[in-house]
Design a protein around this ligand. Structure first.
Ligand SMILES: Cc1ncc(COP(=O)(O)O)c(C=O)c1O
Length: 400
């Protein structure tokens, strides 16, 4: 079927975080919300139909994932990423963020260290700190408009650490964002390989958050960390979910894939009784999304591609002071606003109170995010047009 993503469907008064949460997240109400990673597009019809069918059976008791759900994850990983996984490797949780908390706790003792590559999805900071661990930051480098990992600095973090602690590194893992939110990089095989060799070579584990793995712009391919080599596969935890790809965040379902028996055992023991399993509607949606969601996904991706082209053209020709960091994946666009010459508070005030657009402040993703803003482009084009016009108008006033 053909979906109409231009259609504006009112989401207000549905307890929707993106629209109804404006008043708690921002200081003013009448903003165009382009913040939290949630699409303003209705989900694929087969998912809606399956949920209605399941809801019509009036029993909502404790629910198993079921053979169909497990098979759908196995088939998806093979079909999309040529990763052959075993059923026992898959663990289900209501979300990737809770799984990251469990993962870090299962791999560390308080006082241990976890690597992050800022600017990065800000809940990672809480994951490390709430586990009693310290963040070791290996900042990404912005090289000719493209972010890259800093391998020399990464290696040096382990060496300094080992020297300081007399040959015993306390760096237990890296949380690798692949594709990367907020900078939109879809990491290439060689890049992943270099990073993985350093981390695994120094005895740490790679926690690969691959939640954005299917939101890829034309010409980009997602490489799952585990597919690089059997050694990589045995030293990683891959966190995936249909929630970003198919816009199902409220259904709370994700699949955590852990090939190594010992790491998996530790994860299970830490999760048990603390983080619940997903709810039954989440399982239903996951299975249908993975089995029947591709027609919808293709259409969403071509719409997002057009949104991106529109925005690039608009900013280049009319707001050249703000540069779009070319995204390769995710629908979250990283805007370099440094030329506006505003400090973080003034930039926040400018976007919120003057332009009246609800973006995510870059600095919340780490120090290197200062002067940047993150914009969610998964919305009907007319909303994006209005947002661009509002920003353009205010930028022109700024000059005067
Ligand atoms: C990189 C990344 N990981 C995790 C999440 C959230 O995952 P969940 O809602 O499954 O906890 C997001 C949401 O935007 C994200 O961008």
């Amino acid at each position: 079927m053909k979906y109409d993503f231009n259609q504006i469907i009112n989401r207000k008064k549905t307890n929707c975080l993106k629209w109804d949460g404006i008043s708690s997240y921002f200081e003013c109400e009448d903003l165009l919300p382009l913040w939290v990673a949630d699409m303003d597009f209705p989900v694929a019809q087969p998912i809606v139909d399956a949920l209605k069918k399941r809801a019509a059976h009036p029993f909502y008791g404790y629910t198993l994932p079921g053979k169909g759900v497990i098979e759908s994850v196995i088939d998806r990983m093979w079909k999309k990423f040529k990763w052959k996984i075993k059923p026992e490797w898959i663990l289900f949780t209501p979300g990737v963020v809770p799984a990251l908390h469990v993962t870090v706790r299962s791999l560390t003792q308080p006082g241990d260290e976890i690597l992050l590559q800022e600017p990065v999805y800000h809940p990672f900071f809480g994951v490390v700190k709430n586990s009693g661990c310290h963040i070791i930051n290996n900042p990404l480098k912005l090289v000719k408009g493209r972010y890259e990992m800093d391998y020399v600095n990464l290696e040096s973090k382990f060496h300094k650490n080992t020297r300081r602690l007399k040959n015993k590194s306390r760096i237990k893992a890296i949380i690798f964002c692949n594709p990367h939110n907020p900078v939109g990089r879809v990491w290439e095989k060689e890049e992943i390989k270099k990073m993985g060799e350093i981390v695994i070579g120094n005895g740490a584990v790679v926690i690969s958050d691959e939640i954005h793995c299917e939101i890829l712009f034309k010409g980009y391919e997602h490489i799952s960390f585990a597919t690089i080599s059997p050694e990589f596969e045995q030293n990683c935890i891959v966190c995936t979910s249909p929630s970003k790809t198919f816009n199902l965040a409220g259904l709370e379902v994700s699949a955590i894939i852990i090939p190594n028996d010992e790491i998996r055992e530790r994860y299970i023991n830490t999760q048990s009784g603390i983080v619940p399993l997903p709810n039954l509607f989440g399982y239903t949606a996951l299975e249908v999304a993975y089995k029947q969601g591709d027609e919808w996904l293709e259409q969403v991706m071509s719409y997002l591609q057009e949104n991106l082209e529109f925005l690039k053209k608009y900013f280049t020709s009319r707001i050249p002071q703000i540069k779009i960091i070319e995204p390769q994946g995710t629908y979250l666009i990283w805007l370099d606003c440094r030329e506006l010459g505003l400090d973080n508070e003034s930039l926040k005030d400018f976007m919120q109170h003057k332009a009246r657009v609800g973006l995510e402040d870059g600095y919340i993703f780490g120090e290197k995010g200062s002067g940047f803003m993150r914009m969610n482009i998964a919305c009907p084009r007319i909303i994006l047009e209005q947002a661009a016009e509002r920003i353009e108008k205010q930028v022109s006033l700024l000059k005067k």
